[in-house]
Design a binder for this molecule. Structure first.
Ligand code: PMP
Length: 385
């Protein structure tokens, strides 16, 4: 039966395989001895192997051991966990912060604490899978609005009977690289008394003059006091955070099942994430390099005739459409020394398979030009341009 299912997946060109990368994160990687320019990682600021993060992780491990030994509320909270939450609240200018083992766990645990049966959730159609799964766990009614379409959102809000409504969105969309229209979203939600839940996984560290994220970019920090983001992308670690008023955080500590019933993250990871927040402030040139690289790659890809999304970020998806063609194109890129796998359904909607290209501060102009030459060659071979 499983064999049959796997055959079906393969027939739709949706079969996934695990690829082992043989080197540390960076602008170039090696797979089976082949050097490749890395264009698929979310390590936007190159912090995953920053010496300060490694040092903090090693020191915390020496001092506190490897495993946290229990859930946060039992005996899993160690000084690195406490220090990270203090640093996150300060970084975000929030009253309090709480961390989770991953972004997926945060969304799966926070959303059911915010709303339940009888409530209504309105979610952008292209929200990350973890948000959709979190929404489903709430038991509330769920309606999807068209991507970034505030008129559609408003029409759904108008129709609601008087009940609790939560609007859920990515701040920066993970597979399209575009921003949620947060200023109008806040206006619309406020007009109808709806609450807002923003997932800023990809905006954290990247967007805004200080890297505080999409809310800083839109100057909305005072209007959206409560939101989540991850430590696993630009911060180079793993885990997630939520910031907000102290009572909300206390409430989550007492109700969020994916916080309560799981072993605390390793102290090494918490210590490294605290170091990452420090580096974000101390090394703003990383963000400058990231944006310069992003602009160079985007204009190069457009010049070559590739179809891109309306990206406003270091995520620069090259739209292909058909899953099989996207896979073939990714293979052509691989043969020419570029690592950027195809993204296919169910990660993205049918007919929008793509190569999700991401760039980091660690790439040089020479890496980008080399990648563009490979794209031109592979694009012609795969008849994409
Ligand atoms: N939210 C968004 C928008 C994401 O892109 C991701 C990760 N791909 C997550 C949540 C999940 O985060 P994590 O990988 O830390 O579980």
């Amino acid at each position: 039966m499983f064999e049959e299912q796997l055959k079906n997946i393969a027939a739709q060109h949706r079969l996934r395989k695990i690829t082992c990368i043989h080197t540390a994160p960076g602008a170039t990687i090696a797979i089976e001895g082949q050097r490749l320019i890395q264009l698929a990682s979310n390590d936007y600021l190159g912090l995953a192997r920053h010496p300060e993060l490694i040092r903090a992780a090693v020191e915390a491990t020496r001092r506190y051991g490897v495993g946290a030994t229990a859930a946060r509320l039992i005996c899993g909270t160690l000084p690195p966990h406490r220090d990270l939450e203090t640093a996150l609240a300060k970084f975000k200018g929030a009253e309090a912060a709480l961390t989770f083992g991953s972004g997926y766990l945060a969304n799966a645990g926070i959303l059911p604490s915010l709303i339940g049966r009888g409530g209504l959730i309105l979610t952008d159609r292209l929200c990350h899978a973890s948000l959709l799964d979190g929404c489903r766990l709430t038991g509330a009614d769920l309606r999807l609005y068209r991507h970034g379409d505030m008129e559609h959102l408003e029409s759904l809000l108008k129709r609601r009977p008087s009940r609790k409504v939560l609007v859920v969105t990515d701040g920066l969309f993970s597979m399209d690289g575009d921003l949620a229209p947060l200023p109008s979203l806040v206006d619309v939600a406020e007009r109808y008394g709806a609450e807002i839940y923003v997932d800023d996984a990809h905006g954290t560290g990247v967007m805004g003059p200080s890297g505080r994220g999409t809310l800083e970019h839109f100057k909305l920090e005072s209007r959206i006091a409560f939101h989540m983001g991850t430590l696993s992308k630009a911060l180079g670690c793993s885990g997630a955070y939520v910031v907000g008023p102290a009572t909300m955080i206390q409430y989550l500590i007492n109700t969020s099942r994916t916080f309560m019933f799981t072993t605390a993250p390793p102290p090494a990871v918490a210590a490294a994430a605290t170091a990452a927040l420090r580096i974000l402030e101390q090394e703003p040139e990383r963000r400058r390099r990231l944006w310069a690289n992003r602009d160079r790659l985007e204009s190069g890809l457009r010049r070559l005739g590739f179809r891109l999304t309306d990206s406003a970020s270091p995520i620069l998806p090259v739209l292909i459409g058909d899953a099989h063609r996207a896979t073939q194109f990714a293979e052509q890129l691989f043969q020419r020394g570029v690592y950027a796998p195809a993204i296919r359904p169910p990660t993205v909607p049918k007919t929008t398979s793509r190569i999700r290209v991401t760039i980091t501060s660690e790439h040089t102009a020479a890496h980008i030009d080399e990648a563009l030459a490979a794209f031109e060659d592979a694009g012609q071979a795969a008849r994409v341009i």
